[in-house]
Ligand binder design. Structure first.
Ligand SMILES: NC(=O)c1ccc[n+]([C@@H]2O[C@H](COP(=O)([O-])OP(=O)(O)OC[C@H]3O[C@@H](n4cnc5c(N)ncnc54)[C@H](OP(=O)(O)O)[C@@H]3O)[C@@H](O)[C@H]2O)c1
Length: 322
């Protein structure tokens, strides 16, 4: 079945937060949600870029400063959002870095793992109170085909390693962590009887600002050729996130990506998850490590989420490895 932005249902009355909504795929995700009537919070590292994006998007938008490379900033952003909103319907964990100019985050974590995974882990945990009682609420975490290059040996030493700035493996590991986080979150939300579901999406390939990082010399020609031949425009690359966020026929635990040319482009469909991403004990270890490293502990027991109405799921759930 084809699926496009025309299939995004009316989002009036809903509030969506998109991290990294100032550019690339996040901007296109935010644009469509706003065009469909959602109130969209753009959580951006660079507020000026965020305000410029909000002006381009139009509709009901606002900007919150969020630097995922700083747990202080994540806490401040979460407090600000909680001060401004009583509920959140959608959280799209989209922001990301690849081969960034800095080695470590403010808290001393390897840059990819710190920004792409730990920042989003902390943000989600700090915002979940605004979501868990909201029928139809969804957390969508954006991962990558590159998760297949990741290995699951997550530990404190790797999380603080300085060797990852220009490493494909370090980027892949952070994207593997995104996917494993989405799966473990779904397991815990379901176990707690929360109204929220968690899904993952990847955009395929798109020639966005992500590719302006300081890539290893050997990779540059390969990446250049891949982008020339396979990349799809950001508005198309946003479709897997948009479908995961708004198509209620897609159940919690699902993982979507483009269907064609090795999942690099095309319509958003169920995507192939690496074997290691389905390793349940590794998901649990990553969760516990992430709680320890960020100091954010999720309150996800059935007692924390009384009287929730789960959204209807019309299709059988995807395999989640459990
Ligand atoms: N493009 C692709 O081919 C591709 C492929 C697979 C997966 N992805 C994933 O898709 C997602 C979106 O990437 P994109 O392609 O749209 O890249 P992009 O154009 O570079 O956008 C990334 C966004 O993340 C924000 N960001 C970066 N570091 C941040 C931080 N420390 N705190 C808060 N926000 C931060 C950026 O904000 P600034 O404006 O401040 O820089 C920007 O808005 C990422 O998760 C990426 O891993 C992309």
């Amino acid at each position: 079945m084809d699926w496009s932005t025309a299939d995004v249902p009316d989002q009036s009355g809903r509030t969506a937060l998109v991290t990294g909504g100032s550019g690339g795929i996040g901007l296109e995700t935010a644009r469509t949600l706003a065009a469909r009537g959602a109130h969209v919070v753009l959580a951006c590292r660079n507020v000026e870029r965020g305000l410029a994006a909000a002006a381009r998007i139009g509709g009901r938008t606002e900007v919150v400063r969020l630097d995922l490379a700083s747990l202080d900033s994540v806490r401040q952003a979460a407090a600000e959002i909680r001060g401004r909103h009583q509920r959140l319907d959608l959280l799209v964990n989209n922001a990301g870095v690849m081969f960034p100019p800095f080695r470590r985050t403010e808290d001393g974590f390897e840059a990819h793992f710190g920004v792409n995974h730990l920042g989003h882990f902390a943000l989600t945990g700090l915002l979940l109170d605004l979501m868990r009682h909201v029928p139809g609420s969804r957390v969508v975490t954006v991962t990558s085909l590159a998760h297949r290059a990741g290995t699951a040996g997550f530990d404190d030493g790797q999380a603080r390693s300085t060797s990852g700035r220009r490493s494909v493996t370090a980027y892949g590991r952070s994207k593997l962590a995104n996917l494993m986080f989405a799966r473990e979150l779904q397991h815990r939300l379901a176990g707690a009887g929360a109204a929220t579901v968690s899904l993952a999406a990847h955009p395929g390939l798109s020639a966005t600002g992500l590719w302006h990082g300081d890539a290893p010399a050997l990779l540059r020609p390969v990446a250049g050729a891949a982008l020339r031949w396979l990349a799809q425009p950001p508005e198309q690359a946003a479709l897997p996130s948009l479908r995961a966020a708004t198509d209620y026929l897609v159940p919690g635990g699902a993982y979507l990506g483009p269907h064609a040319l090795f999942e690099s482009r095309g319509k958003p469909m169920p995507a192939r998850s690496s074997r290691v991403s389905l390793d349940v004990s590794a998901q649990v270890r990553l969760w516990e490590l992430s709680q320890d490293l960020t100091g954010v502990r999720y309150r996800l027991t059935p007692a924390d989420t009384p009287a929730c109405t789960p959204e209807p799921a019309a299709r059988p759930p995807q395999a989640t490895g459990r």
